[in-house]
Design a protein around this ligand. Structure first.
Ligand code: HEC
Length: 180
């Protein structure tokens, strides 16, 4: 538990001042203004992400557990309880409407600032730290081709053991293959 409380150590400096990566809206390309959005703790992970677009919570079991819980309340209604897709697309396969989502920078931009249709910005539901945890959870249940897991380094991809494909996704895929 000590590790977790250290991770969430607080400093109230605004995130904007430190952003070195240029984050842009996934559909318009407009620079994201971080002065809106749910205020949250500027954890080490948030600082690191703003500077490098690398998510320190990937493969961090504690963070993934919290992320799963947040995913269930904030995303599962539209993306499915097993990330299999429902009203919104599946997020655990290698197909992306927005190919930038294969990298954590693009994945974050879609969630924080929204995309089209019913994919509204999540910035008022979740803090940046919470979004990073949701992202780590979604990445942890990826079931597709390891070579297409582009958010990982080449070495990490070589070692990745994909998660099991959710039953409801497999069923939909089988039906699709029967009719195409
Ligand atoms: C009200 C329903 C709804 C909620 C809630 C919602 N989404 Fe979405 N999401 C959608 C829809 C619909 C799309 C397709 C939008 C498009 O194509 O522009 C989408 C698209 C996406 C994409 C892009 C997928 C791709 O293939 O490029 C990502 C990533 C995503 N959502 C993540 C999330 C996460 C993470 C959450 C929770 C924090 C969430 N969404 C909450 C409906 C929702």
């Amino acid at each position: 538990m000590l590790g977790l409380s250290m991770l969430t150590a607080v400093s109230m400096t605004p995130v904007t001042a430190e952003a070195q990566v240029q984050f842009r809206n996934a559909t318009t390309g407009v620079l994201i203004d971080f002065s809106f959005g749910k205020k949250g703790e500027e954890t080490e992970a948030v600082k690191h992400f703003m500077e490098t677009a690398e998510n320190k919570y990937n493969q961090d079991e504690e963070a993934i557990k919290v992320g799963e819980d947040l995913y269930m309340t904030a995303c599962s209604g539209c993306h499915g309880h097993h990330v299999e897709g429902k009203l919104g697309p599946a997020l655990g396969d290698a197909y992306w409407t927005y190919p930038a989502g294969r990298y954590d920078k693009g994945f974050f931009e879609i969630i924080y600032d929204g995309a089209r249709a019913m994919m509204g910005p999540q910035r008022n539901n979740l803090s940046i730290d919470e979004i990073l945890k949701v992202m780590a959870y979604v990445r942890s249940v990826y079931w597709d081709d390891p070579e297409k897991a582009l958010w990982l380094s080449e070495e990490e991809r070589a070692e990745l053991v994909p998660a099991e494909m959710p039953d409801d996704f497999r069923e939909a895929l089988d039906n699709f293959n029967k009719t195409h």
